[in-house]
Design a protein around this ligand. Structure first.
Ligand SMILES: NC(=O)c1ccc[n+]([C@@H]2O[C@H](COP(=O)([O-])OP(=O)(O)OC[C@H]3O[C@@H](n4cnc5c(N)ncnc54)[C@H](OP(=O)(O)O)[C@@H]3O)[C@@H](O)[C@H]2O)c1
Length: 288
């Protein structure tokens, strides 16, 4: 299928929205409307509809979200409004104009109790077992599916990149400031480079796929292993020590295990995203 010609990207100045915008802008014959919070709030239905009416996209990619996981615990009403109802508003506007939709969601919709990679059809967590961010993103998936049944929902995890605060950036800074880093070693997931994920959104936009897709870089690790790899690849000597989640208490409960089975994406796109260590090398090259 040909790449859509008119693409509206929300959350376009975020970690994922920025490389997604760059990639679609570089595609021949594609016109992109890249909007952030400054242009309009996705919870403002009239503003969303006005923009969609004026631009007439044939594809909408919703990268806008309230992503401060710990802040969502206190500001859960805002999280539900943006990640839940706002996502539904964007989906309804896309559907009303016959535009396709790619909506981005998260591994935090699972409770983290699994012991092997989550497939798309694995039941999502009981909302009471999820953190407020996970609950709000689950609400978003439900609203999107109801408003736009043909939507693609891409669940991803542990995203990092050049265009915003992220784990590798924090580790690089702390490794320069502290004699020793202590990082949790009992949460397992798949670090995902925003540029690679943007490439996956591009691949999916070229198919007539619908429904939920799990997309991360290949492989898995703990936060401790991720930090150790960042320090090692950056050529820093700072020691990294494993600690338990209870030794680093945070307001929001994180899933212990949130590796996502990418099988459906691999079948659809023809290949997996590269292994996370390779992707990290590129990030570090660009960051240096
Ligand atoms: N980062 C991760 O580790 C991760 C993991 C799994 C899934 N995801 C999902 O990936 C998607 C992209 O996240 P990201 O990492 O790129 O996050 P991000 O860097 O925080 O980008 C999100 C963007 O959305 C904008 N935004 C927030 N509220 C908005 C509103 N009400 N109206 C319009 N725009 C609004 C933000 O603008 P302001 O900053 O100006 O408010 C920000 O530029 C999200 O759906 C997120 O849930 C992220």
């Amino acid at each position: 299928m040909a790449i859509p010609k008119r693409v509206l990207i929300t959350g376009a100045r975020g970690l994922l929205g920025t490389p997604t915008t760059t990639l679609f802008r570089a595609a021949q014959g594609v016109e992109v409307s890249a909007v952030g919070h400054l242009e309009f709030d996705i919870t403002d239905e009239a503003a969303v509809c006005r923009h969609v009416d004026a631009f007439r996209p044939d594809l909408v990619i919703n990268c806008a979200a309230f992503t401060k996981v710990d802040a969502c615990e206190e500001q859960h009403a805002l999280a539900d409004r943006v990640n839940g109802y706002g996502a539904g508003i964007v989906a309804a506007a896309a559907a009303a104009h016959g535009a396709r939709l790619i909506h981005v969601s998260t591994d935090y919709v699972f409770d983290g109790q699994a012991t092997r990679p989550y497939r798309e059809d694995h039941p999502t967590g009981n909302p009471r077992a999820l953190c407020a961010y996970g609950r709000s993103k689950l609400l978003g998936e439900q609203r999107v599916a109801a408003a736009h049944p043909a939507a693609i929902i891409v669940r991803t995890a542990w995203v990092y990149g050049e265009d915003g605060p992220c784990f590798p950036r924090t580790i690089l800074r702390l490794a320069g400031e502290r004699p020793l880093l202590r990082v949790v070693s009992d949460q397992t997931g798949s670090p995902t480079y925003a540029r690679d994920l943007a490439g996956a959104l591009f691949e999916l936009a070229r198919t007539n796929a619908q429904g939920v897709f799990h997309v991360t870089n290949a492989g898995q690790c703990t936060w401790f292993e991720f930090a150790r790899e960042i320090v090692m690849q950056a050529g820093l000597g700072t020691p990294v020590e494993p600690i338990a989640t209870e030794d680093y208490p945070l307001p929001a409960r994180r899933p212990k295990y949130s590796v996502l089975d990418n099988g459906r994406y691999v079948t659809t796109a023809g290949r997996p995203l590269r292994p996370w260590r390779e992707a990290l090398s590129e990030y570090l090259r660009r960051a240096s």
